[in-house]
Design a protein around this ligand. Structure first.
Ligand SMILES: Cc1cc2nc3c(=O)[nH]c(=O)nc-3n(C[C@H](O)[C@H](O)[C@H](O)COP(=O)(O)OP(=O)(O)OC[C@H]3O[C@@H](n4cnc5c(N)ncnc54)[C@H](O)[C@@H]3O)c2cc1C
Length: 402
């Protein structure tokens, strides 16, 4: 087990500084343009791929850090640059996390590189769970997969999917036995160009607008057995256990989300830190009543609270990331705690940054206006704040709190 330490080792410091430089020189200057365009920032993804940041090898390197800290450190820096672009770079990671967490070795070897492509021939991945009537309540999803000889046929509609319809690899969670509820779910890998998969409505969003979000329609999508996540044998065993009333372990979608929560939380911290730093500089510079506004205790105390919240959130994220990397069970839902605290912190800190900038925080000439919009998603996706509280409350009490 790696020791938990708050002082980063030399490799982690080098990694952080290198990603920060990329965020500062490439991502931050492009943030406003791609927010306005509301399109996937392909040229920036290309730069990230050339630098080695948008690649499966990089993700594998981060995942291999025994302390678990490389992943949140990198995410915080990228999202400090810009959250919409950051999510365009990291959004593929959700599908990759599902494949590497639940796939067979062959599926990992085949599909993870396919999610990224190579510089000059970039690919994307998408992880499709949410449906119009199954958001927080994943157990009630209606997309289903029916066995047809050696193939499976998938039908249903997914909504709010990051990279949905433009991804090359779609991982979709579907019901294979509706009588079993969530225990009858399985994930499927849908290869590029599979007939029947199409993009529905592309969403126009409040924030993270450079990240593509769309509906994905599965209309008689036929996939071979080799695309059943984890293999058919394992699925059949799991279904047999569920039918006989035995425990079957975690839902496919839930285990992916649990693993990614501290990472998503680190993204929220990146946005909060960007807003805090900007507001601090502004408050030192802005003169009203013949003095810098930071000389007013109410502004200085607000900044003190902002920084305290950010540091507290980061500590929770690093703890959860270390626990996950070292297989320490989340007995008090520590992953959810980190996501809850970081998401709420990002919303509060960015909102306070707008207040510190006054009218200049409310207009598009200053990035704080964008950051407050970007932050809000962090109390909604990957489990809303209410769902995180539910998960924590259940873990603490051992009761099925409703
Ligand atoms: C930009 C964006 C990107 C996304 N990317 C993806 C993606 O890549 N893949 C994917 O599968 N999904 C994705 N989502 C979907 C996201 O995960 C869902 O929006 C989220 O889980 C909430 O579901 P919902 O929107 O249906 O809200 P609902 O579940 O309808 O919730 C509405 C409100 O009710 C509250 N609520 C619900 N149940 C309870 C309860 N039991 N107790 C207390 N409060 C409750 C919620 O907290 C919330 O405040 C994305 C969403 C957005 C907006």
């Amino acid at each position: 087990m790696a020791e938990f330490s708050l002082s980063l080792n030399d490799d982690q410091v080098t990694l952080r500084d290198w990603v920060h430089e990329f965020a500062e020189k490439v991502i931050r200057p492009a943030g406003e343009e791609w927010d306005e365009r509301e399109e996937t920032p392909w040229p920036i993804l290309e730069e990230a791929a050339k630098a080695g940041i948008y690649s499966w090898e990089f993700l594998a390197q981060l995942a291999a850090d025994p302390t678990g800290l490389s992943m949140p450190i990198v995410n915080e820096e990228l999202f400090w640059g810009d959250a919409g672009i950051g999510l365009s770079i990291m959004g593929t990671g959700l599908a990759v996390s599902a494949i590497s967490g639940q796939g067979t070795p062959e599926q990992i070897m085949t599909w993870v590189p396919e999610c990224y492509g190579t510089p000059g021939d970039l690919r994307l991945g998408a992880f499709c769970v949410t449906e119009p009537n199954a958001g927080s309540d994943v157990s009630s999803l209606r997309t289903h997969a029916t066995r047809d000889g050696d193939d499976w046929i998938i039908n249903g509609t997914k909504v709010f999917i990051t990279n949905g319809g433009i991804a090359n690899v779609h991982v979709v969670v579907a019901s294979v036995d509706s009588t079993l509820g969530a225990r009858g779910h399985s994930s499927f890998i849908v290869a590029p160009g599979t007939p029947g998969l199409s993009m529905g409505k592309k969403e126009r969003k409040h924030g993270i607008r450079a990240s593509h979000t769309a509906e994905v329609v599965f209309d008689d999508v036929r996939v071979p057995s080799s695309c059943v996540m984890g293999g058919v044998e394992r699925l059949d065993e799991r279904l047999a256990r569920a039918r006989s009333g035995q425990r079957t372990g975690k839902q496919a979608a839930m285990s992916t989300f649990e693993a990614t929560r501290p990472v998503v939380a680190a993204q929220a911290i990146g946005i909060a830190r960007a807003a805090f730093e900007f507001a601090l500089d502004y408050a030192k510079d802005r003169q009203q009543f013949k003095k810098a506004i930071i000389e007013n205790q109410s502004i200085a105390f607000t900044l003190a609270d902002m920084r305290t919240d950010i540091d507290a959130a980061r500590l929770l994220v690093w703890r959860a990331a270390w626990m996950a990397a070292n297989q320490v069970p989340f007995t008090a839902a520590e992953g959810s705690m980190s996501k809850l605290k970081a998401g709420e912190t990002a919303v509060r800190v960015t909102e306070r940054a707008v207040q510190i900038l006054g009218g200049y925080g409310y207009i598009r000439d200053f990035p704080v206006e964008r950051w407050v919009r970007d932050a809000k998603i962090y109390t909604i996706f990957e489990g809303t704040s209410e769902i995180q509280r539910l998960v924590i409350a259940r873990a603490l009490s051992g009761l099925h709190v409703e």
